[in-house]
Design a protein around this ligand. Structure first.
Ligand code: SF4
Ligand code: F3S
Length: 374
């Protein structure tokens, strides 16, 4: 008898056929739906075609196991996922059907956990998906981060060798994150700077938005390949726009109304936080459209400037809360922008986002390492 399909696993877990179809609709929505012509990003209106496509895949394919490594990290991305409001059906798939090894969440520990990982990597060599959280560290041959007496570089290279694809989640795994902040004593790096011979998708953020990580994992599990990415290997579905593009304070920006202090009336009334250091115009992430906590809010909505936590080297990139005296993008609509709402903001020259736009067009940004010696 062949391997059980994902659908058979789900039925064994007690999922009804009706709930399975519900699950397929949710997953097709989470996947962002570049696979379904005409359905827009974030899949709020996932079509029946998308759900059918997901159902067909799950009913015909065996499960793809996940191996989840944690390197130099704070486990914040894992914490975010475990506390997220992701649909419970999706959690069922990730926790019970897909994940074979996850240090923080798995019940096993020590030798037992390591043996589980080895068994899974051997059995599914060339088939499993490797998720990496935390930065690899190359200083002193990786000795600054060891698990079970082995250096993180050994562990990463071994796990990457048998993976069909790698998902790097969080700013640490994608770009080096906070461990890479000057003076970077451990010589932290992003996974894609170490592993060069495997398909990699980057899900940056500090932490990464849980629904973006689970949506990308769902895409790979269902489609058996990585989603379309930009020059920094980020899925375009979730990283195709800046925070500024969909920010609810944007009409105030266009009207030239900027909050002068965090505790002032202007900030409370929704004025733009640009002069308080907001990096939304140059930060690519889905916070302002997907939001956090099941669409409840995101930093800028809650009154805090975007710190650019999903961009390379955000910790060293010019300081936090440093207001700009003049807007990065010149307001052109003035008060009419407020009347017309956020949608009126289109067509503005995004002068300050030039560098990022170039990277979208296929030219990677210059390596920050070359610009700023550590
Ligand atoms: Fe929103 Fe920041 Fe852009 Fe202002 S600068 S509109 S607060 S993202
Ligand atoms: Fe990070 Fe900015 Fe979103 S700080 S969480 S990318 S609003």
């Amino acid at each position: 008898m062949g391997e059980k399909t994902v659908y058979q696993h789900l039925r064994d877990e007690g999922l009804s056929r009706r709930d399975f179809m519900k699950f397929c609709v949710i997953v097709s929505g989470m996947m962002g739906l570049e696979l379904v012509p005409g359905v827009k990003a974030f899949g709020a209106s996932a079509s029946r075609d998308g759900a059918r496509m997901v159902a067909d895949a799950l009913m015909s394919k065996p499960r793809l196991p996940l191996i989840w490594l944690e390197l130099q990290d704070c486990a914040g991305c894992t914490e975010a996922i475990s506390r997220s409001q992701s649909p419970s059906l999706v959690n069922l798939v990730l926790n019970k059907i897909a994940v074979d090894y996850q240090e923080t969440l798995m019940a096993a520990a020590g030798f037992q956990a390591e043996q589980t990982k080895r068994d899974s990597m051997k059995k599914y060599h060339g088939q499993y998906v490797l998720v990496v959280e935390g930065s690899p560290t190359i200083g002193a041959d990786g000795v600054y981060c060891t698990v079970g007496g082995r250096s993180n570089l050994d562990i990463l290279r071994e796990a990457a060798d048998g993976a069909m694809a790698i998902i790097a989640t969080g700013n640490c795994a994608t770009f080096g994150g906070i461990p890479r902040a000057r003076p970077n004593p451990t010589e932290a790096r992003g996974v894609s700077e170490i592993i060069k011979d495997k398909p990699i998708v980057n899900i940056p953020g500090c932490p990464a938005i849980p629904e973006v990580t689970t949506g990308t994992i769902a895409y790979v599990l269902v489609m058996g390949k990585l989603p379309k990415t930009d020059a920094l290997l980020r899925p375009v579905t979730f990283y195709g726009h800046t925070i500024h593009d969909h920010c609810l304070r944007r009409p105030f920006y266009e009207a030239g109304k900027f909050a002068e202090s965090f505790d002032g009336e202007g900030a409370r009334e929704g004025e733009c936080l640009y002069k308080l250091g907001c990096k939304g115009p140059t930060t690519y992430n889905a916070c302002s459209s997907l939001k956090w906590m099941q669409g409840l809010s995101f930093p800028v909505q809650s009154g805090h400037p975007c710190l650019g936590c999903s961009e390379p080297r955000f910790w060293d990139g010019g300081g936090f809360y440093q207001g700009q005296s003049a807007p990065l993008i010149r307001p052109t609509i003035a008060a009419a922008g407020i009347a017309a709402g956020a949608g009126a903001a289109l067509g503005i020259a995004l002068a300050g986002a030039d560098q990022v736009r170039k990277s979208k067009a296929g030219k990677p940004e210059p390596s920050p390492d070359k610009e700023r010696p550590e």
